[in-house]
Design a protein around this ligand. Structure first.
Ligand code: ADP
Length: 490
């Protein structure tokens, strides 16, 4: 199949979160299955610098874009997967984060930036570029690519469209004049199109008008059809339930492999779990923690936003630190208030709470490799990747039972431990009390004589969350989407 994969970020070019991981690894998995998959994304300065062999492909007349848009072609990583970088004058070639400026606020021209990305992806999808290539399907991801389906929906001979929701809470909402400026067919200013409570909603465009809609775990697929996690779109999602599917993300088993990971000091595997220990020592050094092998070292990596529940970790800190043999390492960046609270916690418990505020990819691998347990009390979590990295690195995840966390971590109960199916600790609701009781259960197992803890961790390491299964599921859905698009055209 010929597939155009559209995203606003992709590892190793640009990453702010899980979307970047998925957009860097799913196309490679599809390529391995024999598909002609090509990635389109913005030409951020970092992306141009990191893409292999970037070559200008020519220009594209894009209505409403500020000047001629250039396409650059390179390849993703060491693979042969082509990447098309959309280079629109003044829109992407700026430093910093793809979505927010140095002041932490959304770039004021985000609608124009990602509207242009959608427009260019649609032109490629219709075979209007100089590539001499037209995909059978466009796979768009999150709100930044949500207008591709509305641009294509009415066009005869269009490719099929599949839209993946990685996080419904980011929607791309703008005002009516922005809709007028973007140049969508005017009739899409309607409840059937992109209009959402008198706003333009990018994400609604992807949900309403794509042939198939997916999200990144079965539980989240059910949760977003309910008011509490549907953000006003639960009615629409429920209405499209026959087109909505939950497919768990995989992880890149080459990039995240404790047996070969070049960023960690000591390699280990499920058969040599004891080699994990030197990584713990290195992590303790890196975070200014006391170097002790006998403590239970809890780790956390993530964007510091309300969703991730870091405030719940801070709320249980007094109880956690009342234990003589616990430590905590946090790597994160985001909300200034949370950053300040974390800084204060590490000042309050020197040698026991270590923090690094910032974005640091290699350090995130060390936290996964060196921690004994990983705290992930997300209030909601579409899929979550860090618990999957934790499982792979023998670091026992402690998670709120929601979304993808519920689908990937098997709670350690006496029964599941005896049956050998347990992989971590799960709790609900998302409160400090419930988090503490799961953490206390973890401490209890840690203190038990014998190899109970090691069995739990090694069991996690033996789970398979590679892309193999999920990429096949996408392949099936691509076929179904193509059938739907042909039926709609007939
Ligand atoms: P989300 O996409 O909501 O941020 P995920 O768990 O799906 O959450 O993915 C987060 C990804 O971003 C993981 O690969 C994680 O390691 C990475 N990450 C988040 N914050 C940081 C950070 N401060 N430094 C390094 N990596 C980070």
């Amino acid at each position: 199949m010929k597939i155009l994969f559209a995203s606003s970020e992709a590892v190793p070019l640009v990453k702010t979160g899980g979307l970047g991981d998925v957009s860097g690894s799913l196309p490679l998995a599809l390529h391995r299955l024999g598909h002609d998959v090509r990635l389109v994304m913005p030409a951020y300065a970092d992306a141009i610098a990191r893409v292999s062999d970037a070559e200008p492909l020519g220009t594209l007349p894009v209505p409403r874009a500020p000047g001629l848009v250039r396409l650059l072609e390179g390849t993703l990583d060491d693979s042969t997967v082509p990447v098309y970088l959309v280079d629109a004058p003044g829109l992407f070639d700026r430093g910093g984060n793809p979505y927010v400026g140095p002041d932490g606020r959304d770039w004021p021209d985000n609608a124009l930036r990602f509207g242009t990305l959608c427009r260019v992806a649609s032109e490629i999808a219709l075979g209007h570029s100089s590539l001499g290539w037209q995909p059978q399907l466009v796979h768009a991801n999150d709100w930044q690519t949500g207008l591709i389906a509305p641009f294509l929906a009415d066009v005869p001979g269009r490719p099929a469209t599949l839209f993946t929701i990685h996080n419904l809470s980011y929607q791309g909402l703008f005002d009516r004049p922005t809709f007028d400026a973007i140049g969508l067919p005017p009739h899409w200013w309607s409840p059937q199109g992109v209009e959402f409570y008198n706003h333009l909603s990018f994400i609604k465009g992807g949900i309403s008008l794509s042939d198939i809609v997916t999200t990144v775990s079965p539980t989240y697929a059910a949760e977003i059809c309910q008011p509490h996690l549907g953000y006003g779109l639960h009615g629409l999602l429920g209405h499209r339930a026959d087109r909505l599917h939950g497919i768990l993300n995989g992880i890149d088993y080459e990039l995240w492999d404790p047996a070969t990971d070049p960023t960690i000091p000591q390699h280990f595997s499920a058969d040599s779990f004891h080699y994990k220990a030197p990584n713990k020592a290195r992590l303790q050094q890196a975070f200014g923690l006391e170097e002790r092998g006998d403590v239970l070292l809890f780790g956390h990596v993530g964007r510091l936003v309300e969703q991730k529940g870091v405030d719940l970790i801070l709320a249980v800190l007094p109880q956690l630190m009342a234990q003589p043999d616990t430590q905590l390492a946090i790597l994160g960046s985001g909300n200034a208030v949370l950053e300040e609270l974390i800084r204060a916690a590490s000042a309050q418990y020197p040698g026991r709470v270590g923090t690094r505020l910032g974005y640091d990819e290699p350090l995130s691998h060390l936290v996964e490799a060196g921690s004994d347990a990983f705290l992930m009390p997300s209030r909601f979590e579409p899929c979550g990747l860090n618990q999957l990295y934790s499982l792979r690195y023998g670091t026992v995840p402690i998670v709120h039972r929601t979304g993808g966390l519920a689908d990937t971590v098997v709670d350690a109960t006496p029964e599941s431990l005896a049956a050998g199916t347990a992989t971590g600790f799960a709790f609900e609701p998302a409160t400090a009390d419930a988090l503490w009781s799961a953490t206390a259960r973890a401490l209890e197992l840690w203190h038990q004589p014998g190899i109970g803890w090691e069995r739990l961790a090694v069991n996690g390491m033996r789970q398979d969350f590679s892309w193999a299964t999920s990429a096949r599921r996408y392949e099936e859905l691509y076929r179904i989407a193509i059938r739907h698009s042909l039926a709609a055209a007939a």
